[in-house]
Design a protein. Structure first.
Length: 243
């Protein structure tokens, strides 16, 4: 059975549905179904984070073989709802999610009908009113990784040399330095998003799939099956080889 992976979505429901449509056509062309792994960062920056969460939740509830991993941006909304003063240790700025415009909180909250106020307490009250509890629970309980024989799927990457079961959540969601430049054979290909690339790129020990949907780029999808590793495009598959 094939396994598909989709990069960072960032509130772009239209791009997500288009990626699923490409995958459906690929499945029809290659005679089967397969699970779809979403590499996290469902929220922030794009126009419809609410719609993305609804769509993925409904698909899972309907029994679709969709695995949705947690990204670093997917913690901001539920953590704000539970702990309104929380600041993610991964933010070099040390600033709150609501106070750093480039993170995309305004777009996410607008998709739920909430406008950010200067008073965080008022914004927090509006979030508790407007954001379904089911959305918060679902986001809080997203898995951090998914493993198949050919690949390990994770949002940001792994700490080289650390057993998968001992990996820190912070690294799985935020790591760049110490992972991106490391050429170690991890024992399995690590498929990740988090760090945008101009195109899906195979670095030998890792596959970078975030092609910048948050910034106007495409939302890319890849597939692993018995024939190898391919990029799934509208006109068919394109083999992916290490650069």
């Amino acid at each position: 059975m094939a396994t598909y992976a989709i990069g960072d979505i960032h509130g772009h429901l239209d791009l997500l549905k288009a990626a699923h449509d490409r995958i459906a056509r690929d499945q029809a062309a290659h005679g089967g179904r397969g699970e779809i792994v979403h590499l996290g960062d469902l929220l922030d920056r794009g126009p419809d984070s609410h719609g993305v969460v609804d769509y993925l939740m409904q698909g899972q509830a309907a029994g679709r073989p969709w695995i949705v991993l947690m990204g670093n941006h997917d913690r901001f909304l539920p953590r704000f709802a539970r702990q309104p003063g929380w600041v993610d240790a991964g933010l070099a700025s040390g600033r709150h999610w609501l106070d750093q415009a480039t993170l995309g909180a305004a777009e996410t909250l607008a998709s739920y009908g909430v406008e950010i106020c200067a008073d965080h307490a008022r914004t927090h009250a509006e979030v508790l009113r407007a954001v379904p509890e089911a959305h918060l629970r679902w986001l809080e309980n997203l898995p951090l990784w998914h493993l198949i024989p050919q690949a390990l799927f994770v949002h940001a990457g792994i700490r080289p040399g650390v057993d998968l079961t001992a990996q820190a959540e912070h690294d799985l969601l935020w790591i760049r330095r110490g992972f991106l430049e490391d050429a170690t054979d991890h024992g399995v290909l690590v498929v990740h998003g988090h760090t945008p690339v101009g195109k899906v790129t195979h670095f030998g020990n890792r596959l970078a799939v975030d092609t910048g949907a948050a910034y106007g780029g495409p939302l890319s999808a890849v597939v692993f099956d018995e024939t190898g590793l391919h990029l799934v495009r509208g006109k068919g598959r394109v083999p992916i080889a290490p650069k």
